[in-house]
Ligand binder design. Structure first.
Ligand code: NAD
Length: 252
């Protein structure tokens, strides 16, 4: 491909927020080392023990709002790309944090929901929510208790905004996955859709994800180093230097 790709789709995962102090799920010391998915991240878990599930997300919401958690250089670089690129840059994140927005990204598709929102289980309405969600909270729309849940897509639930995501992928020229293990579907299959449209596909990750063989290119290393480098190369629109020294086998 020559020239700056017109339509860019970026998929981010927990790895982009790791250096901001938010644990990933699957890495050593990650969230799954201390919790079982079936206890805290499924609709069944919420039915069985809503207090435990609320507590799991209340702790994460409070942590996200603490002064120590800030966007990092990778979030800022993506925001810069969104603001500077004359084509489209669609940011799809599996993350439930708000670090892309805080870095200046204008439009972010949160396919797995948002930690700073509560949703009414009866009406589906969402509310900005910066404090704990308690079972005793009175829902703003139905005025009863036990109806608010975190606005999070749990395992077994359908991800959000899929129509918009597939519309963006339909016309993608460059698809980039950043900091995702490629193990959660449907996000892990977006690269296949992009390849089917003959797009360039790039993985930026600490180490190869489970679907690494599907990407045409790869850059391995810390998101805070590799993402700004990649964005800078792209914005320079210098094709010969766009991915300097980059090969599929390179681990730097
Ligand atoms: P994951 O934990 O499965 O994988 C994390 C990936 O990031 C791995 O490939 C790892 O090698 C890479 N990584 C770790 N540190 C990195 C760094 N500094 N730079 C670059 N890459 C790094 O996460 P996933 O693939 O996003 O899994 C999907 C699920 O995780 C989603 O459902 C998402 O909602 C959830 N999640 C979100 C957050 C968040 O909102 N910040 C945090 C944890 C998990």
């Amino acid at each position: 491909m020559t020239g700056l790709p017109k339509n860019i789709v970026i998929l981010t995962g927990a790895g982009i927020s790791a250096e901001s102090g938010i644990d990933t799920f699957r890495d050593e010391g990650g969230i799954w080392d201390n919790h079982r998915i079936e206890d805290v991240c499924t609709p069944e878990a919420f039915k069985r023990n809503p207090e435990l599930v609320q507590e799991f997300y209340n702790v994460r919401r409070a942590a996200l709002l603490s002064p120590e958690i800030k966007p990092n250089a990778a979030h800022y670089a993506i925001a810069e790309l969104q603001n500077e690129h004359s084509g489209t840059v669609t940011v799809i994140t599996q993350n439930i944090d708000n670090l892309h927005e805080r870095a200046g990204s204008t439009k972010v598709i949160h396919m797995h929901g948002e930690l700073l929102k509560a949703r009414c289980i009866k009406t589906g309405r969402c509310y900005d929510w910066n404090t704990n969600i308690e079972q005793s909270d009175i829902c703003p729309c139905c005025h009863t208790k036990n109806t608010l849940r975190p606005h999070i897509v749990w395992f077994g639930e359908v991800p959000l905004m899929m129509d918009e995501i597939y519309k963006a992928i339909e016309k993608v020229d460059l698809f980039v996955a950043i900091g995702t293990s490629g193990s959660v579907y449907p996000a892990a299959s977006f690269v296949t859709e992009a390849n089917a449209r003959d797009a360039d596909t790039l993985e930026i990750n600490l180490k190869p994800g489970q679907n690494q063989s599907l990407f045409k290119r790869a850059i391995y290393g810390l998101a805070t180093e590799k993402v700004p480098f990649w964005v800078e190369s792209l914005l320079k629109n210098n094709v010969s230097r766009r991915y300097p020294g980059l090969t599929k086998k390179k681990f730097d």
